[in-house]
Write a protein that binds this ligand. Structure first.
Ligand SMILES: Nc1ncnc2c1ncn2[C@@H]1O[C@H](COP(=O)(O)OP(=O)(O)O)[C@@H](O)[C@H]1O
Ligand SMILES: [Mg+2]
Length: 315
């Protein structure tokens, strides 16, 4: 390990919502140090346990062993400080996928790789004994995901509340595979050897359909937000699903698809009327997302629209 006099600079990296992230430059090297913060930087008053840092570290370690190119290498974890030291991935070599997408660089091949890798992680974890206990982070998943997104939205739509709360209850009860919990394009870097996943604070042994739905949701909302790129974004969503579904080996893919189709409109609605609405949506785009989600949710629960229709609304 370096001596303290080898540290040249310590600079904050902007953009963290639930953490302080720093770039530490050592002689000839750079590392990234991330600390979880107790109060999230969102408009709503949102506190979260610092335990989630350990969940993230464990998730990174799990993936690193199987897919070393898909996560930053970790150097250590400080339980007392909720800090993780990891490899620094410079934006010049690892552009953020969200930045790429919002800039109109929409690569279906990359989206497919995201799906394939995500399914690879889910498949490896479903087959690995002991993870259920190691990632029994259901309380944090409830506080960080189910309550702010799904249950908060349910409270605003009383007619949909039973259905939305049932989705949340099912997610809380599932013990199928290791879920990342925040697979949004902003937490995926476009590395020279494929997608690199960061920010696994919500990791839990739960329902893998959540990760796939969460990421597809971001692509579909961006298709509404960026009308001129709608076809490309829908194409990327379809490619992601193709890549993902081909890798489902832990259960019948049709079951994952059915849960995903149930979740997707709920997550859509949550990103406009939940506790953490997407910052980039105009009022008009938010209204479109809301209408689309409500239209999908107006169908009876047992005859949800097929996923293919959601990924290609013009079909
Ligand atoms: N290993 C890393 N190398 C380079 N930049 C990173 C790394 N980890 C995080 N960052 C930067 O810090 C930002 C916030 O980190 P992230 O883990 O996503 O935390 P948060 O939970 O606050 O979103 C990322 O969007 C990215 O720009
Ligand atoms: Mg993040």
């Amino acid at each position: 390990l370096p001596n303290s006099d080898q540290i040249e600079t310590v600079d904050p990296i902007p953009g963290g919502v639930s953490s302080d992230v720093f770039l530490v430059k050592l002689q000839g090297e750079a590392i990234c140090v991330k600390f979880a913060v107790e109060q999230l930087r969102v408009e709503a008053d949102w506190h979260a346990s610092l335990q989630r840092s350990e969940a993230e570290y464990r998730w990174l370690m799990f993936v690193q062993e199987r897919f070393p190119n898909s996560v930053p290498a970790t150097f250590g974890y400080g339980a007392g400080s909720s800090g993780i030291a990891m490899e620094y991935l410079p934006a010049e070599l690892y552009p953020n996928w969200k930045t790429e997408l919002l800039g109109g660089a929409i690569d279906r091949g990359f989206a497919k790789q995201v799906g394939e890798r995500l399914a690879g992680i889910h498949a490896a974890s479903a087959a690995q004994p002991g993870l259920r206990e190691r990632f029994a982070n259901q309380a944090d998943f409830e506080a960080l995901r189910l309550e702010p997104y799904i249950r908060f939205t349910a409270a605003r739509y009383p007619a949909l509340a039973p259905r939305l709360n049932r989705l949340a209850d099912d997610l809380a009860a599932a013990r199928i595979a290791l879920v990342h919990g925040d697979v949004s394009p902003k937490n995926i870097l476009c590395g020279p050897k494929g997608p690199v996943f960061i920010d696994a604070e919500c990791a839990v042994f739960g329902d893998p359909a959540f990760d796939a739905a969460f990421c597809l949701n971001h692509l579909l909302i961006k298709a509404i937000h960026m009308r001129e790129h709608a076809a490309a974004l829908q194409g990327a969503a379809q490619a992601l699903w193709r890549g993902y579904s081909a890798g489902i080996d832990w259960e019948d893919p049709a079951e994952v698809e059915a849960r995903l189709a149930g979740l997707l409109p709920a997550l859509m609605l949550a990103r406009v009327d939940g506790k953490s609405p997407l910052e980039y949506l105009s009022d008009a785009a938010a209204q479109k997302v809301r209408e689309r989600a409500l239209q999908l949710l107006s169908r009876p629960e047992d005859s949800a629209a097929p996923l293919a229709d959601m990924l290609d609304p013009d079909r």
